[in-house]
Design a protein around this ligand. Sequence first.
Ligand SMILES: NC(=O)c1ccc[n+]([C@@H]2O[C@H](COP(=O)([O-])OP(=O)(O)OC[C@H]3O[C@@H](n4cnc5c(N)ncnc54)[C@H](OP(=O)(O)O)[C@@H]3O)[C@@H](O)[C@H]2O)c1
Length: 249
Amino acid sequence: MNLHGNTIFMTGGTSGIGLGLALRLRDRGNRVIISGRRQHLLDQLAARHDGIETVVLDVQDPESIRSVVDSVTREHPDLNVVITMAGIMQPENLLDPGHLAIAEATVATNLLGPIRTLTPLIPFLARQEQAAIITVSSGLAFVPLPATPTYDATKAAMHSYTESLRVQLADTSIQVIELVPPAVRTTLNGQQDSERAMPLEDFLSETMRLLQEQPDAKEILVDRVKPLRFATRDGHYDQLLTAMSTRTS
Ligand SMILES: NC(=O)c1ccc[n+]([C@@H]2O[C@H](COP(=O)([O-])OP(=O)(O)OC[C@H]3O[C@@H](n4cnc5c(N)ncnc54)[C@H](OP(=O)(O)O)[C@@H]3O)[C@@H](O)[C@H]2O)c1
């Protein structure tokens, strides 16, 4: 992927990895449109950050996705990069039937959200000379954190979906890239101060370096995520799953 001169639409992007990446991409000479559920927060971000555009979006709501895709593609006919960043992560106790509401919201946001967003955008992007889709999975797609079962399952599903997407789009102008973060210090799952999680700015710097150095990358893998990503290949899966079984983040 070329790292400048793009028009980029990101689901999510009001905080954490999304906002950080949006600002780094803006600094490289891209137009970036971020989104999220909270109008007041989007207004604050647009006022604070020159060159960042915003639109209200709830990826749990198919009508919201339809109307935002319509307006973004109408206002930005040169849109050529889409990043499906929006995600939620919440613990679930599977012995408590009350967990079902969390499971359903997690699937709607993390799995149906990207699928519903990409469905109308794929034919649009395929008409651009150069385009890219960046999906966001997680190291937990490869070894689950049992405290957050549906989250991990949605990320494993996004990994698989992205693999198929790349194959089906191989003869188009669209490059398909999977961003696979390790635990990063954001408010997701309350891990902003976790010593186990990677500092956000370090993650963003390594991610931008990899995007620059590996323009044809299928997956963006910072060093910290490699033990999880390659656990099965390297024979560490059982050991890592045991270690993850006592953790909450
Ligand atoms: N941090 C980590 O350790 C880690 C590790 C692996 C993968 N990831 C993935 O990285 C992505 C970003 O996470 P983060 O750590 O940066 O967390 P974050 O700071 O909580 O950001 C989550 C973003 O998703 C948006 N969002 C959530 N639900 C949404 C909805 N229904 N509609 C639209 N936007 C919605 C939020 O916007 P609003 O709240 O403003 O709507 C926010 O911009 C997620 O996909 C996450 O799974 C994170």
